[in-house]
Design a protein around this ligand. Structure first.
Ligand code: NAD
Length: 483
């Protein structure tokens, strides 16, 4: 796992406050150190973005789109090298890192298209001589703050629409995984100040969010941090796009091929070692098949290949941090204290000093206990039997979160019922966790507000202005002069 050759050149920040050690989760070894940005550096970068904004906003949309397309092409051209770097810092399997880079390129291509096609409208005017325009304008300076599980993709979902719409961006990657983002910042060929990066943890994030020069905060992370962001933005009535925590359900019905359903559940629960905001974290299964489903799921989970994430045959890489391993051990212990039975995994996997955790299946755990324990965010999935589809829907909806939900059924009637009655931002039927750049992504309730991706994810970075024009000044019958 040689990574030195592909590490980016780290330019010293304007003002050094501390150093962040970036650790390879597969080995536990430090692969790089990054200087944390001091408040003065954050302020300087926001001010540089403000200075760049008037010219970038005035740049013809076709020129902005061309710059984004060139970047997307560069991403695709060195996707392999970028994927290696992403795997080295995040522990993501190499195949999943390659997907992340490709999807990031997709986002830049998609929003380059919208930059040249999506505009305002002309509503019918109030007078026979008037013209009215609904104009779409960039919001201004966007703070793009991302978590460690998808540091590239979730940045692309923010930066691509924001830049395409004519905004300037100051990005703050997560301190655990900043390296690929820094490399991407070097690759983005844009006028000075249009896109920049600050480094650091929550403190740097707060500094960026609170800076009066930032007009919109696009934040993905925990609901707890999201609430802090909301409070800070409220003070200045700042615009926000928030993608927060999840606790996604999957419903498995007794009318499908059980082996395929098991494979589907494995993917939904264990992709990216379960560290996806839309990972399946509770499976409600028809009681008539629950025991057999759990047995087969446990067998399949135990057979998934854990190991070096840079090996293309690896299915489950390490967790992103040592703290994640501790957190999951505590989660499993708490569930066991409340009666849960570990049917597969349940403990760290000793692989080469890295932060590995075995894919885990739990049974005999009630919905109430799961509610109490909250978001899992790792390769642990509990299975709960239910007797009716209505009960499954009710339990699936019974969460403070409402990000996504999966349904496995061959009944059109049940599929349509689920699509109608599940209260969450994404419903996947027989197609777990597929994202489409052209379709909106986001959550109900405490899973966030606003949407990323799709046209909705472009509109989020636009202000709407209503312009009314009378070609000539003349007396109007409703003015005081007419009384
Ligand atoms: P986190 O909330 O701790 O941190 C996310 C980012 O916000 C980091 O860059 C962090 O430095 C920064 N930050 C933390 N506190 C801040 C504050 N008060 N002000 C400004 N910035 C702040 O989350 P994490 O542990 O890095 O990521 C895991 C979480 O992200 C999970 O809860 C997961 O569900 C969520 N997530 C959600 C989505 C989604 O689309 N809904 C996608 C991926 C991850």
């Amino acid at each position: 796992m040689e990574t030195r050759a592909i590490l980016p050149t780290i330019t010293p920040p304007l003002d050094v406050r501390g150093e962040i050690e970036v650790v390879n989760p597969a080995t536990g070894g430090v692969i790089s150190t990054v200087a944390s940005s001091a408040p003065s550096e954050v302020a300087a970068k926001v001010e540089r973005a403000r200075a760049a904004f008037p010219a970038w906003r005035a740049t013809p949309a076709a020129e902005r789109a061309a710059a984004l397309l060139r970047f997307a092409a560069a991403l695709r051209a060195c996707g392999g090298e970028l994927a290696e770097l992403l795997t080295a810092e995040s522990g993501k399997t190499i195949i999943e890192s390659e997907w992340d880079i490709e999807w990031a390129a997709d986002a830049f291509e998609f929003y380059a298209g919208l930059a040249v096609s999506h505009g305002g409208r002309m509503p019918p005017a109030q007078t026979s001589t008037g013209t009215e325009l609904v104009v779409k304008e960039p919001v201004g300076i966007v703070a793009a703050i991302t978590p460690w599980n998808y540091p590239v993709l979730l940045w692309a979902w923010k930066a691509a629409p924001a830049l395409a719409a004519g905004n300037c961006v100051v990005a703050k990657p997560p301190p655990e995984t900043p390296l690929t983002m820094m490399r991407l910042n070097d690759m983005l060929v844009l006028p000075d100040g249009v896109h920049d990066v600050v480094n650091g943890g929550a403190e740097t994030g707060r500094c960026l969010v609170e800076h009066p020069g930032v007009d919109l905060v696009a934040f993905t992370g925990t609901a707890a941090a999201g609430k802090e962001v909301i409070r800070a933005c409220a003070e200045q009535v700042k615009r926000m796009v928030l993608e927060l925590s999840g606790n996604d359900p999957m419903i498995v019905w007794d009318d499908t091929d059980l082996d395929v359903a098991v494979e589907c559940a494995c993917f939904a629960a264990f992709i990216n070692a379960g560290q996806v905001c839309t990972s399946t974290e509770r499976i409600y299964v028809r009681d008539t098949i629950a025991e057999e489903f759990t047995r087969r799921l446990a067998a399949r989970a135990s057979a998934l290949r854990i190991g070096d994430p840079s090996d293309r045959s690896t299915m489950i890489g390490p967790l992103a941090t040592a703290a994640q391993v501790d957190r999951l051990e505590r989660y499993v212990a708490s569930a066991q204290e409340r009666g849960a039975v570990v049917r597969a995994g349940g403990a760290p996997a000793g692989v080469g000093g890295g932060f590995f955790f075995r894919p885990t299946v739990l049974s005999d755990v009630s919905h109430e206990v799961l509610r109490e324990l909250g978001e899992i965010f790792g390769p642990v999935v509990p299975v709960i039997p239910v007797s009716t589809f209505d009960e499954a829907i009710e339990l699936a909806n019974d969460s403070v979160f409402g990000l996504g939900a999966n349904v496995v059924t061959s009944s059109l009637e049940l599929a349509l019922q689920a699509a109608r009655d599940l209260r969450c931002g994404s419903v996947w039927i027989n197609s777990p966790l597929i994202d489409n750049t052209a379709g909106p992504f986001g959550g109900f309730r405490q899973s966030g507000s606003g949407r990323e991706l799709g046209v909705e994810g472009y509109e989020a970075y636009l202000e709407t202005k209503h312009v009314t024009i009378e070609p000539a000044l003349s007396y109007q019958p409703w003015w005081f002069s007419a009384r």
